[in-house]
Write a protein that binds this ligand. Structure first.
Ligand SMILES: Nc1ncnc2c1ncn2[C@@H]1O[C@H](COP(=O)(O)OP(=O)(O)O)[C@@H](O)[C@H]1O
Ligand SMILES: [Mg+2]
Length: 256
């Protein structure tokens, strides 16, 4: 479904990805974990074709994303749903209007057909009663559910989720994670989630990958991950201050 082949990406002097390769099979839920600033959102933007890599290739199905012309890229992108970290709903539009937007802009479906699809997606995420509210009137968890409905509205084959449970309280975070699982299973959609939150990662993932210093340093099923001998993975999973992550800089913090 998705392949990253030896992808390199840097911003000015800063090297963010230094040879990332990944394969995502249909109907998998891949979770990419990594520290803040490790390049997780960058990977999602590369898959969407918002960024172009400095080297390497990115495939979505048979399309090489980084080589498509603008028009074709826009077509291909309709098969990819995106849930942004802060939901990114338009504040002046109601819930219904937000979810309807991709259908209005990218299809020639009739008003009544759009209304029917929007109602169906809002029902899937349990937000049908909130359809006339504005984003500001919703809690963080509700906004996330609306963002999920919007990402699914074009029936994508792939959905990308950027830190879906960030900023949510733990119970709501679990609810959102469960919703992600049930929606992706029901719609047989493949998903790539990036997160630095371990509990959420283990709930969602059928397979995991860990991004560290520009590379995927470990990859496997959640059970294999728990048993990883890699000290970086071990430290990340335990949240310990002992280990290779931040080595050196912690001493400086403690001295202050
Ligand atoms: N458009 C950009 N221009 C310059 N630097 C960027 C840009 N996007 C991301 N970066 C930098 O690249 C690094 C990785 O960013 P990002 O992918 O957002 O990390 P993550 O999502 O893992 O927190 C960060 O150091 C960030 O500051
Ligand atoms: Mg990010």
């Amino acid at each position: 479904m998705v392949e990253l082949r030896d992808v390199h990406m840097q911003f000015e002097e800063k090297k963010v990805l230094e040879g990332v390769s990944l394969d995502v099979e249909p109907q998998e839920r891949l979770v990419i974990m990594g520290q803040s600033g490790s390049g997780k959102s960058t990977i999602l933007r590369l898959i969407l074709g918002i960024l172009r890599p400095d080297a390497g290739a990115i495939f979505f199905k048979r399309f090489e994303i980084n080589r498509l012309q603008r028009r074709k890229l826009q077509q291909v992108r309709q098969h990819i749903g995106m849930v942004y970290q802060y939901s990114a709903l338009l504040s002046s539009l109601t819930v219904h209007e937000n979810v309807a937007l991709p259908l209005q802009e990218l299809t020639d479906k009739s008003r009544s057909e759009i209304d029917r699809i929007v109602d169906e997606k809002l029902e899937l995420v349990g937000m049908q009663d909130a359809k006339d509210l504005l984003p500001d009137e919703l809690s963080g968890g509700m906004r996330k559910r609306v963002a999920l409905a919007r990402a699914l509205v074009l029936e994508p084959e792939l959905i990308l989720l950027d830190e879906p449970s960030a900023g949510l309280d733990p119970v709501i975070a679990s609810v959102v994670d469960e919703l992600i699982i049930s929606l992706t299973e029901k719609s047989k959609v493949t998903s790539i989630t990036v997160t630095h939150e371990m509990e959420s990662a283990f709930r969602i993932a059928t397979r995991m990958a860990m991004l560290y210093e520009g590379k995927i340093i470990e990859e496997g099923e959640p059970e294999e991950f728990k048993q990883s001998k890699n000290p970086v993975v071990g430290q990340f999973l335990s949240g310990s201050t002992e280990g290779p992550i931040l080595e050196g800089s912690l001493d400086a913090i403690r001295k202050k």
